[in-house]
Design a protein around this ligand. Structure first.
Ligand code: AMP
Length: 247
């Protein structure tokens, strides 16, 4: 075995394999897309260090991103080799549409968010969607299936105190899009120091929270980003923990 390992043929093969792995990782290999829409009030509530620029966050679900993903490896490909974001590749008409569907709800700088999402995620599926198509397709996914409307029609509306189960929220969406979406939650942020109770009564970091905030709804699409498919339930919210949908 030792002789084999030092043989030139083995070294060439090992080098070729390593090169192949690097190539696959940098060009992005993915199986399906996750189209992630978020609830801005939750986004802003969990940002404790730097609050959102708009004190009254939008009350509609907006796009977070379209992420090429894999089932086998939960860490999706990211920052792949490809063309970097170039705003001039987006027509003014599309930019106006994206300002509604894909706003930066944190700093207010929309272009900065589009740039981050394209460079981190879009580049990993450039073989399927070029920059214009990536943003056009995402806006097209947002427009026809408004989660805000689906939930409203099911009487699930933002409320400071009411709670829902995972299936209360998933069911009407599943009925409307005929595919299983995925929910992502965030724990309710800790109270400021002055309002906290004794340490012994506080939840430990990473422990199961008493309630959680609905943060994102994920729709899954096939490799070509054309057909909705069922999402595989992965850890997105804590099981059996009530979900709040805050205004
Ligand atoms: P990602 O790298 O795609 O997982 O996105 C995570 C980063 O995007 C974090 O820094 C978030 O704070 C930021 N982010 C997510 N959604 C938004 C949004 N709607 N507006 C501004 N920043 C966002």
């Amino acid at each position: 075995m030792a002789v084999l390992k030092s043989s030139p043929a083995f070294l060439v093969l090992a080098f070729a394999f390593a090169f192949f792995l690097c190539f696959i990782m940098s060009t992005g290999s993915y199986v399906y897309f996750q189209f992630v829409q978020q609830w801005p009030p939750t986004n802003c509530r969990v940002r404790i260090k730097r609050p959102c620029s708009n004190p009254r966050p939008l009350q509609i679900f907006t796009i977070h991103g379209l992420w090429p993903s894999n089932y086998s490896n939960p860490t999706m490909p990211s920052n792949c080799i490809g063309s970097q974001f170039n705003e001039t590749k987006l027509s003014p008409k599309l930019r106006n549409k994206l300002k509604r569907s894909w706003p930066n709800v944190e700093s207010g700088n929309d272009t900065e968010l589009w740039e981050h999402e394209w460079n981190k995620h879009g580049t990993c599926a450039e073989q399927t969607l070029n920059q214009m198509q990536y943003f056009q397709r995402s806006h097209g996914m947002w427009y026809p299936h408004s989660i805000t409307e689906i939930l409203k029609n099911a009487s699930i509306v933002p409320s400071p105190n009411q709670t829902w189960t995972y299936s209360d929220i998933v069911s009407p969406i599943k009925k409307a899009i005929r595919r299983t979406p995925l929910l992502r939650c965030k724990p309710v942020p800790a109270l400021p120091k002055s309002q906290r109770g004794p340490k012994s009564q506080r939840a430990q970091p990473n422990s199961r929270p008493q309630s959680q905030l609905l943060h994102e709804v994920v729709y899954c699409y096939d490799y070509d980003a054309l057909k909705l498919i069922d999402c595989n339930r992965t850890a997105g919210c804590w099981n059996n923990v009530d979900i709040k949908f805050p205004p």
